[in-house]
Design a protein. Structure first.
Length: 423
């Protein structure tokens, strides 16, 4: 390895103060997953909410998590290069509209391609504003979202409104992307899940959701997570891109074209958000509807922050938000009511940990909240519909609040940069 490459590696690595935390090994990760599944199984048995870990619930959660995950992955690319991308929501809107416009005319895969291009166009605009003209990243992102909302509404009046089956607020029906179901395995897992055995049926429901009615586009989206990790953390290209988000002045001094890498990152960010939008229109609903992104671009950013700007953590966060969103669609009040019991049990575990760490005040507060949740769960049969609808957003706020102390964004994220400013 050359001296300049070694220096760029040091710049991009930018270790945390205090030496950071030890990485979890695969056996430990699998043990954590098994423990979490056992906890869900316990809650299901106590509450009687048998749909909590059913094949349909897991399949629905995966479908809802994919657009959020793609938006978060787009934010990861952009912010690893030092550009905050609040415009992900607008880029998703562009993806939904262009994906539907091309999809109903020339087929779903053409719609996917045009959706990616629509999101990438938003990425180009954001890159020009933030990288070339040094506009505040937040201002630029909000402006792009407003522009995308207005532009798609205007375009719909001249396209969908004039087409049979469409209107000024929705597109004609789009053909579906091919779904994959593994014969035999899917039916066997569904039968096992229907027996409602402790842990075994829950594991069957989890696996069954991954092999039943799985869209090919879902498979592509899932593969983008490890692909992004490999590109950003295992290639020279990714190393230089991340160095632009940690210390662009040092990176430029080593010959890195900072502007080029920022542009690439933001355009890829927009393309991924556009793919998430196309997924919403083509796979999730089969139709474009005005406002169908529903803030998923912002929730994707929350998933990225929860994941500490890492692909694996981002995927976990997207899965969490997708799961809570799916709960309100399947079983609604009953499933979300069961989650009160789950939260109470988790808080009891947190109390034990805080007592072990001798954080007595925090332990007392957690114990009071856990007791209130137990009382709330025991005293009600279901939750008000308003709370059920708000569950995904409440989850977002809780997750961000609880994970705030361990976060570390790229050092130069959101900071203005001009070529040659270190000279």
């Amino acid at each position: 390895m050359s001296e300049s490459t070694s220096t760029v590696t040091a710049v991009a690595a930018a270790p945390k103060k205090g030496g950071g935390r030890r990485k979890l090994s695969l056996p430990v990760i699998l043990l954590i997953i098994a423990g979490g599944l056992a906890l869900f199984s316990l809650v299901r048995v106590i509450s009687g909410a048998d749909d909590l870990t059913s094949v349909g619930q897991i399949s629905g959660a995966l479908q809802l998590a994919v657009p959020i995950g793609l938006a978060g992955l787009g934010g990861l690319w952009s912010e690893r290069a030092g550009v905050v991308n609040i415009g992900l929501e607008g880029m998703m809107i562009m993806g939904t509209w262009f994906g539907a416009w091309a999809g109903y005319q020339w087929g779903p895969w053409t719609g996917v391609a045009l959706g990616i291009l629509g999101g990438a166009l938003g990425g180009v605009l954001h890159a020009v504003m933030t990288v070339t003209f040094n506009v505040n990243h937040i201002v630029s992102g909000v402006a792009i979202t407003i522009l995308a909302t207005g532009a798609t509404r205007y375009l719909s009046n001249f396209t969908f409104a004039e087409t049979p089956g469409g209107s000024s607020k929705q597109s004609p029906r789009i053909d579906r992307v091919t779904d994959i179901t593994i014969p035999g395995l899917s039916d066997g897992l569904a039968d096992l899940q229907a027996k409602h055995w402790f842990f075994v049926s829950d594991l069957a429901g989890l696996l069954g959701g991954l092999v039943t009615n799985l869209s090919l586009l879902t498979v592509v989206a899932l593969l983008l997570v490890p692909a992004s990790w490999w590109i950003l953390w295992r290639t020279g290209f990714g190393l230089r891109l991340r160095s632009c988000g940690e210390n662009p002045v040092a990176a430029e001094s080593l010959g890195v074209n900072v502007y080029k890498y920022k542009y690439i990152a933001v355009i890829v960010s927009g393309a991924l958000a556009g793919l998430g939008g196309a997924f919403l229109a083509i796979v999730s609903t089969g139709i474009y509807q005005e406002g169908q992104t529903g803030g998923r671009g912002y929730i994707g950013l929350a998933a990225m922050i929860f994941g500490n700007w890492m692909p694996g953590g981002l995927a976990l966060g997207a899965g969490l938000f997708g799961f809570t969103d799916s709960l309100k669609l399947r079983g609604g009040a009953e499933n979300v009511h069961a989650m009160l019991l789950l939260l109470a049990i988790l808080l009891v575990a947190l109390v034990i940990w805080q007592l072990y760490k001798k954080k007595y005040v925090s332990a007392a507060i957690s114990a009071v909240v856990a007791a209130l949740l137990f009382v709330w769960y025991a005293g009600t049969d279901k939750l008000p519909s308003q709370f059920v609808d708000a569950a995904p957003y409440v989850t977002t706020l809780l997750v961000l609040a609880l994970s705030a102390q361990r976060l570390r964004m790229p050092k130069a994220d959101g900071m203005p940069y001009k070529r040659g400013q270190g000279k």
